[in-house]
Design a protein. Structure first.
Length: 237
């Protein structure tokens, strides 16, 4: 079942309209337009954990393969920056790994690939359980995160984020919500453009279903006014 679901996610990515090319005509944009593009980038490229606030504990792991979809707000600008190739969405498959540590601390990393954009995405987080949660109380966690692109000098992106998460385990299902803020810097090698710093508020909500041999998590978020959706499949124990 797990393998079939993963293949379904990958096949879905082939049917969606996604970014193609290397963004090698970024110089077609002016500075105002490049800032608009950077607003899309912070929504798509900033870190996503797709995990509840509940700490894993000393022996715990959360491992999964995920897929995130961001509805690009400025698709006409992406087209001009990408040698005329159309962009209606940004699709990023990711590999996620979280490890529980003592005293309510979890560490996580993610490795992603922007579909057909010659861009790799690396993210990391440290999450601390302010309240570990129990039968009657929710878990409350503080997450600090960072994300950076690799492999494409036409669009170089770095971000840092802070989020407050609340989750409540209901037997097999754990819903969660969060609020946070993302600070980002987007650069390009186009000589007519300078770097842009874009900082945006973030809201998210999601749920984690742990069936033992299979863990399924889904999350929806907005960074600024740009929505994204993510799904992750793997193991959590």
């Amino acid at each position: 079942m797990k393998i079939r679901f993963t293949l379904a996610l990958l096949s879905m990515s082939a049917t969606l309209p996604v970014l193609a090319g290397n963004l090698n005509t970024m110089g077609n944009l002016n500075q105002r337009e490049f800032r608009s593009l950077a607003e899309d980038a912070v929504a798509a490229y900033s870190y996503r954990g797709v995990t509840p606030a509940t700490p894993l504990g000393l022996l715990g792991f959360d491992v999964g393969v995920g897929l995130s979809y961001t509805d690009a707000k400025h698709d006409d600008l992406w087209k001009r920056a990408n040698d005329g190739k159309i962009l209606n969405s940004i699709l990023i498959p990711r590999l996620h790994l979280h490890k529980g540590l003592p005293m309510g601390l979890d560490l996580g990393v993610s490795l992603g690939k922007v579909i057909d954009a010659d861009t790799n995405l690396i993210g990391a987080e440290a999450r601390y359980a302010l309240v570990e949660g129990g039968l009657a109380t929710p878990a409350v966690g503080l997450r600090l995160s960072a994300s950076t692109t690799q492999g494409n000098n036409s669009l170089k992106f770095r971000s840092a984020g802070a989020e407050l998460l609340i989750s409540k385990t209901l037997t097999l299902f754990t819903p969660y919500v969060g609020i946070g803020y993302v600070w980002s810097k987007t650069d390009t090698n186009a000589h007519n453009l300078t770097s842009e710093k874009v900082n945006k508020a973030k809201l998210l909500m999601g749920g984690n279903l742990n069936l033992g041999l299979l863990n399924i998590a889904a999350e929806a978020d907005t960074v600024g006014d740009i929505p994204s959706a993510s799904v992750k499949l793997g193991w959590r124990f």
